[in-house]
Design a protein around this ligand. Structure first.
Ligand SMILES: Nc1ncnc2c1ncn2[C@@H]1O[C@H](COP(=O)(O)OP(=O)(O)O)[C@@H](O)[C@H]1O
Ligand SMILES: [Mg+2]
Length: 289
């Protein structure tokens, strides 16, 4: 992440959600690397395409995506790529070795991305005005948005993977899990204390909202348990509260979350959750949660 892309320049005093400047999705260093095709890059490309665990996916990555991976290695964010953690509709996630330990690398596939759906989230987001309809630009903006959203969530006190670097359509972040496997999702674990778990998720949703963000795809599938803590994942689609559909997204998040915890026996409904998330800050002298 360089200083000059203006993503993290949150000026105090503005409305939450307003403080992002436009995202720069112009030609990236990865595009230039791919165009130049110098010897080192070609060697890197050959090597990665022959890596056993990368074989299938690497063959669908375009040169500029490989250029982004190459740049991340050059910039020492990654030393070596590991195996896939997840192959989703739009992105693949890999483990990778970094100088300080393991990281997770999320690679958005430009061609596989559900472009129409992405546009619905990007349109109306003040950070993305004038982005146009170029597929690459939309995905690059999306990836930067996920980085910015993670950063914003973290600052708001919501446990998410720490974002480490973003390059074109590739995001490097903290890896959640241990040597053997990724952290389990809420739908994969037995929840011993659903009431407390619900309260933590509710508090995260509220903190996000207070920071001007709505997750937009929150459910038991995007929450993991790592070292006994709940962490929210997958913030690519999160929008600011100023997005014209933010209320609709928030209501849907509340339905998913309340529905899941109701099935765990917690006495909740979506309306109560929505009210809690959106109600004004409690009196600071009161009992803060
Ligand atoms: N930082 C991470 N550390 C460990 N596992 C992760 C990380 N990010 C994602 N995953 C795993 O990969 C899955 C898919 O990632 P996600 O960001 O939700 O992408 P998708 O858009 O494909 O749903 C997650 O459900 C989780 O199991
Ligand atoms: Mg997900």
């Amino acid at each position: 992440m360089t200083e000059d892309d203006g993503l993290l320049s949150a000026d105090d005093g503005e409305q939450p959600g307003d403080e992002w400047e436009e995202l720069d999705v112009s030609d990236t260093e990865a595009d230039r690397i791919a165009r130049a095709q110098d010897r080192e890059f070609l060697e890197f490309r050959k090597r990665i395409k022959n890596t056993e665990q990368f074989k299938v996916e690497a063959s669908v990555f375009d040169d500029a995506t490989l250029g982004a991976l190459y740049k991340l290695v050059q910039d020492s964010y990654v030393d070596a790529f590991g195996g896939p953690i997840s192959t989703g509709k739009e992105a693949n996630i890999y483990t990778a070795l970094a100088p300080d330990g393991e990281v997770a690398v999320k690679v958005y596939r430009i061609n596989a991305s559900d472009f129409k759906q992405m546009r619905a989230y990007l349109e109306g987001d003040p950070r993305f005005e004038g982005i146009g309809s170029d597929k690459k630009k939309v995905v690059v903006a999306w990836t930067k948005k996920e980085y910015a959203n993670l950063e914003r969530a973290r600052k708001a006190g919501v446990r998410v993977p720490e974002p480490i670097a973003v390059e074109r359509n590739v995001l490097v972040m903290e890896y959640l899990g241990d040597d053997d496997r990724r952290a389990k999702r809420l739908n994969e674990v037995h929840i011993e204390n659903p009431e407390t778990t619900y309260e933590v998720v509710r508090e995260y949703m509220r903190r996000l909202y207070d920071a001007g963000l709505v997750h937009g795809d929150l459910s038991e599938f995007n929450i993991v348990v790592h070292e006994g803590e709940l962490c929210l994942l997958d913030l690519g689609q999160a929008v600011t509260v100023h997005h014209p559909n933010s209320r609709e997204f928030l209501e849907r998040d509340c339905e998913n979350v309340a529905g899941f915890f109701a099935r765990q026996g917690v006495d909740v409904d979506a309306d109560d959750l929505l009210a809690h998330v959106t109600e004004p800050e409690p009196d600071p002298s009161g009992n803060a949660e």
